[in-house]
Design a protein around this ligand. Structure first.
Ligand code: DX5
Ligand code: ZN
Length: 215
């Protein structure tokens, strides 16, 4: 069964609690934290996590697209992050960052942008709980899926078998019902979906369809 993590960046933020109710059956809820420096957009941070703390929601899947994420990880875990995603790009002390996330009791995911090869992860793969493959350049919801970037899912899946690793494989950016089947076949365990969930008439139907998908 594939897991789905709807991204609230694509939701109508003027009514957060109504939007979160629509996806209450999802496996996770994806929160895109952007600082306008690491990526060309500013979204939200701890105030949204605090607001989520006052309503029912799926476990939080927090994607940090910020400079120096190490400064904030303890706060995000304390506010309920189950998964923390940090990029290989721009994080020179990635091993320390991943270890600190795990020591805080959260799951540590490493993220690669479309232009970063799987080889860049070689030394960190034994330590991570998950790998997130970006299939758009991070910054915005509703961008066009980059097919070539999704080939990395297959490589990561093969490597996991060959090396006996246990990380989960997630994919983020331009994922929709039309490419989800192929992504799951390639080896994706978690599909992060923004526009394809929140900008449709029935988010719960999309969630149910993804969760039925088997490799
Ligand atoms: C992109 C974000 C994604 C985004 C996905 O920078 O990391 O999580 O919200 O949105 P869609 O699925 O619409 O591409
Ligand atoms: Zn994201």
């Amino acid at each position: 069964m594939a897991k789905i993590s709807p991204s609230i960046l694509a939701a109508d933020l003027s009514n957060l609690s109504r939007e979160v109710k629509k996806v209450i059956d999802a496996d996770l809820l994806h929160v895109d934290v952007m600082d306008g420096v690491f990526v060309p957009n500013i979204t939200f941070g701890t105030p949204i996590m605090e607001a989520l703390g006052r309503i029912d929601h799926p476990p939080l899947d927090v994607h940090l697209m910020i400079e120096d994420p190490g400064k904030f990880i303890a706060e995000y875990v304390q506010l309920g992050a189950r998964n923390l995603h940090v990029h290989v790009e721009g994080n020179p002390h990635l091993h320390r960052l991943i270890t600190s996330i795990k020591d805080l009791g959260a799951s540590a995911f490493v993220v690669i942008n479309p232009a970063t090869p799987v080889q860049a992860l070689e030394e960190i793969l034994p330590f991570v709980d998950g790998v997130l493959v970006m299939t758009v350049n991070p910054g915005f919801t509703g961008q066009k899926f980059i097919p070539r970037a999704s080939l990395k899912i297959e490589r990561l899946h093969r490597l996991r078998d060959e090396q006996g690793y246990s990380y989960e494989i997630a994919v983020d950016g331009g994922v929709s019902l039309s490419n989800a089947g192929e992504l799951v076949e390639r080896g994706a365990d978690i599909l992060i979906m923004g526009a394809a969930v929140f900008r449709t008439s029935s988010p719960s139907k999309v969630i149910a369809k993804i969760r039925e998908m088997k490799r």
